[in-house]
Write a protein that binds this ligand. Structure first.
Ligand code: NAD
Length: 473
């Protein structure tokens, strides 16, 4: 590991990159044993650093529930490691492919191969999970990894750097810490793949920087993920789950329900169900130990400004009552029928404010979502199969959970990623292995084969045979 903190990182970064590149060229075949050993080292390091990481995350947030850190940062990564170790043999296997008649008796196969040296840039909201889950996939696929974690969680990033340095040589896994300037220099390195998790605006810059090197990118971005209450929804169940998804990490979750579309006649019971959920989870109010604080004063001020604007424009606001001794806590808040031109409805909220937007008929709700960028996630609440299918068929989003929120992310068996403005590419489980592998098509020609048919001069029997080939292609 090398921790970079200087403002001029370029020479040092380039040297680190070349160190990894040279090591990779010296070991182009990365056997399964080597990959398993790297995954095991990461697993053991994570288990022993768990208390340090949980304390660091809580310090960085000024308070974060230990259980949330354990479940969503540590356990999710341990699950990815376990899955990768269990299935690596199958994932790495050379896959036989069918051979078109005209090429028989050649043989065809797809060989997964490491890409080489990959870069990971991660955000602050799940600072361990979003740094290490892509790392698991990259290591399983046999790559060397350079990680640039977020500067907004300096203690967690330092603890991660230390943990990784304790089990990996810098030419296997290296951590580069620092702010946007270093991040920018990092994204300019000629990686074999660059995997970015963060905001859509920075994602655009990363894609531009990578394009200069023709470095392929995976972009795991954000956006406004809607929850839709259909007429066939169980409001109490929906309200409680939406409140859960919005209160987790105080709404600082890329797949948190950003706003809720509600049949106009059901606005009142829906509001009660959501507020009831918040009160049930935090009977002592936002001061609860089980409720996270906001990552920084700047983000707290951003949320306060969004709410003030909604209030000034006449929207009704309901907040979970109770003291907030910690100045960085922000009470779970519902905003009823806000105007559409305010920041709350134009930008990703990324905090515990939940606008409820009334609609009159389902087509209006479909049009509302379709008129905006494709969201990272979409949640449909209905016990009616037709209503569920309507949304599955007529909306585009990175992923969907029906009758719940966010849980599709926890399925290591499903690819996780966005579409359009919410991202490109995916990972988790096998999808992650494939993102970080080159799936190389290989054809092995047979000694005796029919290729002479395609050799000039195109006369006589060749011409007649080639004329018939169209049907066999
Ligand atoms: P961010 O885009 O501000 O920062 C993410 C990372 O990018 C940080 O490490 C930062 O140092 C780096 N960075 C900053 N400027 C850069 C530049 N010019 N070039 C290269 N890298 C640069 O995002 P954030 O505030 O840390 O995270 C919140 C955002 O991330 C939200 O939009 C959220 O929806 C999104 N997010 C998406 C996912 C997902 O899986 N799709 C998960 C978590 C968060």
């Amino acid at each position: 590991m090398t921790a970079h903190t200087s403002a001029e990182p370029t020479a040092e970064l380039t040297a680190l990159f070349h160190r990894q590149k040279t090591a990779q060229r010296g070991q182009p075949v990365v056997e399964r044993d080597v990959r398993l050993d790297r995954l095991t080292r990461l697993q053991e390091a994570l288990l022993s650093a768990e208390p340090t990481l949980i304390a660091a995350m809580s310090d960085d947030f000024s308070h974060r529930p230990a259980m949330e850190s354990r479940l969503y940062d540590i356990d999710l990564v341990l699950g990815e490691i376990r899955q990768a170790k269990r299935h690596l043999k199958r994932w790495m296997r050379v896959r036989r492919a069918p051979v078109p008649l005209v090429y028989k008796p050649a043989r065809a196969e797809i060989r997964p191969q490491p890409l080489g040296v990959v870069g990971l840039i991660s955000p602050w909201n799940f600072p361990v999970q979003l740094a290490l889950a892509p790392m698991v996939a990259a290591l399983a696929a046999g790559n060397r990894v350079m990680l640039k974690p977020s500067e907004l969680t300096p203690r967690t990033s330092a603890a991660l750097a230390e943990m990784l340095a304790s089990v990996f040589a810098p030419e296997e896994v290296a951590t580069v810490t620092g702010g946007p300037q270093i991040a920018q220099a990092f994204s300019a390195l000629p990686f074999d793949h660059l995997f970015f998790t963060g905001s859509t605006s920075v994602g655009r810059k990363v894609a531009e920087a990578a394009a200069r090197n023709l470095t392929p990118v995976t972009l795991e971005l954000g956006g406004k993920s809607p929850a839709v209450i259909m007429p066939g929804a169980d409001l109490d169940r929906a309200g409680r789950r939406i409140a859960w998804g919005k209160a987790m990490n105080a709404g600082q979750v890329c797949v948190a329900p950003d706003y809720v579309l509600v049949p106009r006649k059901k606005m009142l019971p829906m509001t009660d169900a959501i507020m009831g959920g918040f009160m049930h989870f935090f009977p002592d109010g936002p001061e609860s130990d089980d409720y996270a604080a906001i990552i920084s004063e700047r983000h707290h001020a951003r949320l306060t400004a969004m709410l003030s604007e909604a209030e000034a424009r006449g929207a009704q606001i309901l907040r979970l009552e109770g003291a907030t001794g910690n100045a960085r806590k922000f009470a779970p808040t519902v905003v009823l029928d806000p105007p559409q031109d305010i920041a709350l409805m134009q930008e990703e909220i990324f905090g515990p404010i939940l606008p409820l937007v009334p609609y009159d008929d389902p087509q209006e709700a479909l049009d509302f979502v379709a008129a905006r960028d494709h969201p990272l996630a979409l949640y449909v609440f209905s016990d009616n199969k037709k209503e569920q299918e309507l949304w599955l068929d007529h909306s585009t989003s990175g992923g969907v959970t029906v009758n719940d929120v966010a849980i599709h992310v926890g399925f290591g068996t499903l690819p996780f990623g966005g579409v359009g403005a919410s991202g490109q590419g995916s990972y988790h489980g096998r999808a992650g292995f494939e993102t970080f592998s080159h799936l190389k098509p290989v054809v092995r020609q047979a000694k005796r084969n029919g290729m002479a048919i395609a050799e000039p001069p195109f006369k006589g029997w060749r011409k007649r045979a080639l004329g018939m080939m169209r049907k066999l292609m």
